[in-house]
Design a protein around this ligand. Structure first.
Ligand code: SF4
Ligand code: SF4
Length: 178
């Protein structure tokens, strides 16, 4: 039969010698390869004891930002949700009432704000779309969890600590020295 390509190779069906049947040479070869790796630099790190340094452009877990007076910046305009290609963001808006001026910067705020981290692809488009500098992607990542529900991050998980009442936690979240 005519071959379609010249890739076919004849199989060597010669019976194996006693030495070949013992596989000794191949076992020694394999062990030498394993042994040689013991003296090479380890490419793996012992996470979580050791942590890899992230690139300056790394996009990690989202943070809902506050202004310098500790007020929530988000005005629940929904632009981040519209920009999100993964439809990972949902929110509910509420009107600020009298006496809440020190809590919310704008007249409208997000009473509920959720991001589904299982859907998120960490593209950063929500951060780009936000006109209020209210959301940014930090240098941390979502830790592992046993349930899918644990990956739905609510406002309490996302909101940055108040710089007035929790200055060191705020500085830590921002990644700067207190
Ligand atoms: S980082 Fe991208 S995928 Fe994730 S919530 Fe923001 S816009 Fe959506
Ligand atoms: S995070 Fe920004 S874009 Fe998203 S709802 Fe709040 S203010 Fe609008």
């Amino acid at each position: 039969m005519q071959a379609l390509t010249n890739k076919a190779q004849a199989v060597n069906r010669k019976p194996m010698t006693l030495l070949e049947r013992l596989y000794l040479i191949n076992i020694i070869k394999g062990m030498l390869i394993t042994f040689s790796h013991m003296f090479k630099k380890q490419p793996t790190i012992r996470y979580p004891e050791q942590k890899r340094e992230f690139s300056p452009v790394f996009r990690g877990l989202h943070v809902l930002n506050r202004d310098e007076e500790g007020r929530e910046r988000c005005t629940a305009c929904g632009l981040c949700a519209v920009a999100c290609p993964a439809e990972a963001i949902t929110m509910e808006a509420a009107e600020r009432v009298e006496g809440e001026e020190q809590l919310y910067r704008e007249e409208k705020y997000a009473a509920k704000y959720e991001i589904n981290m299982l859907r998120c692809i960490f593209c950063g488009l929500c951060e780009d779309a936000c006109p209020k500098d209210a959301i940014y992607l930090s240098e941390t990542f979502a830790p592992a969890n046993y349930t899918r529900k644990g990956f739905i991050y609510g406002k309490s998980d996302l909101l940055i600590p108040n710089p007035l009442t929790e200055a060191s936690a705020f500085a830590e979240a921002k990644g700067v020295e207190a």
